[in-house]
Design a protein around this ligand. Structure first.
Ligand code: NAP
Length: 312
């Protein structure tokens, strides 16, 4: 099968850390173009543009484009790419609002194009094994702890504090994407507290309570960007048959009742591009809005609490 000609829009941290090296390793793809508002070029990539408009004009036979910008600008960029008849991969979170995401999904479907919402944490072996283990069981408790140092993980990223950037939900949504993937019943937010620094428009921390099926107690998440030292990306799930499942290191490690079931390397983006290849070959969309919907629910139902100012 011919290789998919792919481009990337937005050459920031995640493009440089993951998308570029991972696409290069995958023989199903040819990285033919990048678009950077700062005018960055990437060695070995034949075409470099300022934006998707120039990319679509300059490489008319491109098959697909990965959008790795901040979420606020994704909808317009994705619409333009879909209008040109090209497939789209969206970094997480997929858009600025649920309405934007629904519009993109509908538009891609009407045009017979692939739209792929990626949630990188879901592409860990531990997550898949956890999903299989929990599928026939009843969950009785959930404790998600997603805590990291914002200065370490988002250095100089001012956009992340803008309204509509989701603040601490930018990493927290990874925990939610794992939870929605592995839970055998839907998750509902029953209470949310959002902690906003007094000088910022996005929360630095959040506490959520959930209902899972009929279970209304002991189901919670804590997200915090004020963690110093090692990050904590983990969740613990209890089941009615008394077992305790623990996913740590963002889903890379799974233990069940203290026994290590998976202790894998991080190959999240390798998994994303293997999946994208499958979707492109089948011309099939993959739109998972559940983690995003929970974030919207948290903002809709959340109580705002003002905390001390944040300076980088
Ligand atoms: P980043 O370093 O700020 O990179 C985003 C890039 O998008 C910028 O460097 C810029 O690249 C481009 N951009 C910025 N504003 C733009 C605009 N208004 N219009 C068009 N392009 C614009 O951020 P990032 O960490 O890579 O995050 C990008 C997305 O990836 C976020 O949604 C984030 O949640 C997700 N993500 C990040 C990580 C991580 O570890 N950082 C991990 C997984 C997922 P150019 O100057 O080249 O145009």
């Amino acid at each position: 099968m011919a290789r998919h000609k792919i481009g990337i829009v937005g050459i920031g941290k995640i493009s440089q850390d993951q998308h570029i090296p991972v696409i290069r390793k995958n023989r199903a793809f040819d990285l033919v173009a990048v678009a950077s508002t700062r005018g960055l070029t990437v060695e070995g990539v034949p075409h470099a543009f300022r934006n998707q408009t120039e990319m679509l004009e300059g490489v008319p036979d491109i098959d697909a484009i990965a959008i790795c910008t901040p979420p606020q600008v994704r909808h317009a960029i994705a619409r333009e790419i879909l209008a040109a008849g090209k497939h789209v991969l969206l970094e997480k979170p997929p858009a600025a609002t649920l309405s934007e995401l629904t519009d993109l999904a509908d538009y891609a479907r009407e045009r017979g194009l692939v739209l792929f919402t990626t949630w990188h944490s879901q592409y860990n072996e531990g997550v898949e094994k956890a999903r299989e283990y929990l599928a026939p069981r009843t969950v009785t408790s959930l404790d998600i702890q997603w805590k990291e140092d914002v200065r370490k993980w988002h250095p100089g990223q001012e956009w992340i504090w803008d309204a509509g950037s989701f603040g601490v939900f930018d990493p927290g949504i990874n925990g939610l994407s794992v939870a929605t993937r592995i839970m055998p019943s839907p998750l509902f937010i029953t209470k949310a507290e959002l902690f906003f620094p007094e000088n910022r428009d996005a929360p630095i921390a959040a506490n959520l309570d959930f209902r899972i099926g009929d279970v209304t107690t002991n189901c919670r998440a804590e997200f915090d960007w004020r963690e110093t030292g090692d990050e904590k990306w983990e969740m613990t799930v209890g089941t009615s048959d008394g077992s305790i499942l623990k996913l740590t290191r963002g889903g890379r490690m799974l233990t069940i009742d203290g026994e290590v079931v998976v202790d894998g390397a991080s190959e999240e983006y390798e998994g994303i591009y293997e999946r994208f290849d499958e979707l492109l070959n089948r011309r099939e969309a993959h739109v998972d809005e559940q983690p995003f919907r929970l974030v919207a629910d948290a903002f809709m139902s959340g109580r705002r609490i003002t905390v001390e100012p944040f300076t980088e």
